[in-house]
Design a protein around this ligand. Structure first.
Ligand SMILES: Nc1nc2c(ncn2[C@@H]2O[C@H](COP(=O)(O)OP(=O)(O)O)[C@@H](O)[C@H]2O)c(=O)[nH]1
Ligand SMILES: [Mg+2]
Ligand SMILES: [Zn+2]
Length: 408
């Protein structure tokens, strides 16, 4: 830090309490981390992809990729002070730290998360809540849609989340910009509906496999929904739907739907009755359209509670939980093109390919990765057609991606 700046920095620091300083350095560490990963990803991805990423745009201003390592945490803290002002820290701290002032504690479920807070539904009423700093620090991954929380009101009426209940299940992926950080897409869900479309966009089995793995890892039951079946000729269905054969053989539940022609909607509804579900899948496969078919009463209800969280506005970038009278709750998620695998060691991946297991026991080596080893019974089963090439190749691709950093 330059001498001239150092003095200003010390002056500003002296105005802050210990709690405020903690916030300052936490914010500084966050933007440093984001900028480092950003710079790295940019180098790796050749710029174009990461430029458009939304959540860390604000940190791009802080980037000095060529001399990142030369700057200290104080420099980042100074940046925060210069760009955001110490008043914002003082405010944030005063709003969030004093626990004793809170009254009227309630429980609820998080329906929407955005920068600075979340929307919590509690006994049919929605509250916008701030998230206390001790939560963002203690919780491994911050609050997610579907989380059960306790919140209370400050003297000025501001609702603040005080604690988050342990999650009974989760669907997560690594943060695309910060692969070391877990992003929980949905918490406490029973079922993940992996929505694929038969055409426009084409089915991507390896993406389905990734969702299945993430679901199973997080304690969520995956089911497959193939949408847009109106786009194929009824007679020709066998051919186009053959990619689903491996999943049929695994005994997974598969529903064929058309949101446009309202085909299969009742079947999907009965599968989801009284469950908390999350809709995941490539963007454009029809998740939101299906949601509208299943929960027709949603639009009105959401609109009347909160215009800002109505269908359409944030839903392209954020997940949102909708609950209907019929007892179905659905978390609609934004479309993502790539879905990384959160914390599965390369040697553990094979266990998520269930159909390999009965052969894996007979491989010559007990730690066989089924890739290059001699005496691999899984590869023999592949040659014999007992394991599909589609799933085996998907295994290889995912294995390769998790051997590289981050699971992407
Ligand atoms: N032909 C056909 N188009 C559909 C169907 N479901 C959704 N679409 C269209 O696919 C596009 C993407 O739908 P949307 O629900 O926004 O997909 P999401 O990104 O997964 O939420 C829209 O233009 C829909 O009208 C369907 O069953 N059949
Ligand atoms: Mg959508
Ligand atoms: Zn093997």
């Amino acid at each position: 830090m330059k001498k001239s700046k150092r003095k200003y920095f010390q002056q500003q620091l002296s105005k802050l309490t210990a709690g405020q300083k903690r916030l300052l350095y936490k914010r500084a560490a966050n933007i440093r981390k984001a900028a480092q990963v950003n710079a790295k990803n940019k180098r790796r991805a050749g710029r174009k992809e990461f430029k458009s990423m939304r959540s860390y745009d604000d940190t791009l201003n802080f980037q000095k990729p060529d001399r990142l390592d030369a700057v200290t945490i104080d420099d980042w803290a100074l940046k925060v002070i210069e760009e955001e002002g110490i008043n914002s820290l003082i405010e944030a701290d005063s709003q969030l730290t004093d626990q004793h002032e809170y009254t009227d504690s309630r429980k609820g479920i998080v329906v929407f998360v955005e920068a600075g807070g979340c929307e919590v539904q509690s006994e049919r009423e929605n509250f916008f809540c701030l998230i206390g700093p001790e939560i963002s620090m203690n919780q491994k991954s911050e609050i997610a849609v579907g989380d059960c929380v306790e919140f209370a009101f400050a003297r000025d009426g501001t609702a603040v989340v005080q604690s988050v209940m342990p999650r009974k299940s989760r669907l997560s992926r690594p943060d695309p910009l910060k692969p070391g950080i877990e992003r929980v897409i949905a918490a406490n869900v029973d079922v993940a509906v992996v929505v694929a479309s038969i055409k426009r966009p084409e089915i991507r089995p390896s993406l389905i496999d990734r969702y299945i793995i993430a679901s199973e890892r997080g304690g969520v039951k995956p089911v497959i929904c193939v949408n847009k079946i109106d786009l194929i000729d009824k007679k020709g269905r066998g051919g186009e739907l053959s990619v689903l054969e491996p999943y049929r053989q695994l005994g997974m539940e598969i529903v064929e739907t058309s949101a446009d022609e309202r085909v299969g909607i009742d079947e999907l509804k009965s599968l989801l009755a009284d469950k908390m579900c999350v809709f995941v899948g490539h963007s454009g496969t029809g998740k939101t359209s299906l949601l509208n078919c299943i929960l027709p009463d949603i639009k009105a209800r959401v609109g009347s509670v909160h215009d800002t969280t109505g269908l359409g506005r944030h839903t392209t970038t954020n997940s949102c939980l909708y609950t209907a009278e019929c007892g179905i709750s659905v978390i609609d998620t934004p479309g993502i093109r790539e879905f990384g695998i959160w914390k599965i060691e390369p040697e553990d991946l094979k266990w998520f390919f269930e159909e390999f297991n009965e052969y894996a026991e007979q491989c010559r080596f007990s730690n066989c990765s089924h890739t290059h080893e001699p005496g691999c019974r899984v590869k023999e089963a592949l040659e014999e057609g007992r394991i599909t090439r589609q799933r085996y190749e998907s295994y290889l691709r995912i294995l390769e991606s998790i051997q590289e950093e981050g699971g992407y």
